[in-house]
Design a protein around this ligand. Structure first.
Ligand SMILES: Nc1nc2c(ncn2[C@@H]2O[C@H](COP(=O)(O)OP(=O)(O)OP(=O)(O)O)[C@@H](O)[C@H]2O)c(=O)[nH]1
Ligand SMILES: [Mg+2]
Length: 365
């Protein structure tokens, strides 16, 4: 073999080796990307919580695990989830808590190990409940308290996000228990996203009760699905876990808004609606810690539209607040756009109002 042929062969050998190494590196990188993806889970507790999980399950969510937990066996049997847990069998005999949060707490305590087993590998955990009844109210408070203790000293980074609805105005008797639960959730969760069922109903045009619940479930479901997918699935613009943590870790109360727009200026219109139609009244936006923006639109949505939408929200927020955002193409949204904003670290006028003393009853005429 001549010298040059030998050199050529050697070069070729090295090239093949380099290519193989590159392929191995690529594979390693892909494996790493897969295993470093945060595990996202959502646990629905009580009737409302399970209904919301069922909505998400029916819609489908990429990269998240859905768990339903209830004391009510009949309701649980018709709920859709990846995993279902009947809690407090001894305490409630599968019959629900009849509106008593204390019983909800006991039931959660009775079955806490089963719930732990499901969620212990989570990095982002949504706890979802309608406040005002027994299972959801008592269960979410107890579970978040126990999780805080359990996760306190472990080395895994976690984010626990409470998602809770406030009772409708007609459910006056339930409001006290709901407010008390929120005060506790603020300590035990990183962020508590609060949705005022009444405000949502008002924005949706004062629907009949059952339909109003449906709108609430869709909205909350979209929030959980939206955050999960921007973190776990490839999007037009991804949000990474560290960014999400920066605005949601120890962040107190959060208010969300969802808006839609269509045709020309669809993203801008959706932004305007999402900011004006928030589902919890916010006392003072200048104190907000951060905002998460999620924009979805049909295949016709351009990056320029997305950027313009993001800029509009940035301008609206106090200069020091952190803004993170993601965007995704959803072929179902042809010619339309949907924007979700989550503003964290806010105060709500509703939560500050003093309890009204019960005065003397007088006939109104
Ligand atoms: N968004 C939404 N809210 C609901 C739904 N069902 C009930 N709610 C609200 O959530 C509150 C609690 O209701 P449930 O979740 O049914 O109660 P629970 O937690 O199962 O409690 P018990 O039945 O007493 O064990 C109610 O007062 C309503 O304000 C629902 O499907 N969606
Ligand atoms: Mg129930």
């Amino acid at each position: 073999m001549s010298q040059t042929t030998h050199e050529m062969k050697e070069l070729e050998r090295q090239l093949i080796l380099a290519r193989t190494n590159m392929r191995a590196d690529q594979q390693k990188l892909e494996q790493l990307a897969q295993s470093s993806k945060p595990a996202v889970m959502a646990v629905g507790i009580g009737g409302a919580g399970c209904n919301i999980i069922s909505w998400i399950k029916k819609e489908g969510v990429t990269g998240g695990r859905l768990i339903s937990v209830n004391t009510d066996a009949t309701h649980l049997s018709i709920s859709e989830a990846d995993s279902r847990i009947l809690i407090g069998e001894k305490t409630t005999k599968g019959l629900g808590c009849g509106g008593y949060p204390k019983i909800g707490e006991q039931a959660m305590q009775e079955s806490i190990q089963e719930v732990f087993n499901e969620v212990e590998n989570s990095n982002i955990l949504f706890l979802v409940a309608g406040l005002g009844g027994g299972t959801g109210t008592g269960g979410i408070v107890h579970l978040s308290r126990e999780l805080q203790k359990k996760f306190k000293n472990d080395s895994v980074q976690r984010l626990v996000i409470g998602v809770a609805t406030l009772p409708f105005q007609i459910e006056t008797a339930r409001m006290g228990a709901a407010k008390a639960a929120i005060q506790q959730l603020k300590h035990y969760c990183d962020t508590v996203v609060i949705i005022d069922n009444d405000r949502l109903n008002h924005l949706a045009g004062n629907l009949p009760f059952k339909e109003a619940l449906g709108v609430a479930n869709t909205t909350i479901g979209k929030f959980v699905k939206g955050v999960t997918e921007t973190i776990t699935a490839a999007s037009l613009i991804n949000i990474d876990y560290a960014d999400l943590r920066a605005i949601m870790h120890n962040a107190g109360i959060a208010s969300i808004g969802i808006g839609q727009g269509k045709d020309d200026g669809k993203v801008e219109h959706a932004v305007e609606r999402a900011l004006n139609e928030r589902l919890l009244d916010v006392e003072d936006i200048t104190k907000a810690r951060g905002v998460l923006i999620h924009i979805s639109g049909g295949e016709d949505m351009t990056l320029e539209e997305v950027h313009r939408g993001g800029e509009l929200i940035k301008r609206y927020m106090p200069p020091k607040s952190k803004v993170i955002w993601g965007a995704k193409v959803d072929e179902k949204l042809k010619g339309r756009a949907e924007v979700m904003v989550v503003i964290t670290g806010v105060d709500s006028a509703f939560l500050q109002t003093q309890k009204k003393r019960l005065g003397r009853f007088k006939l109104p005429w």
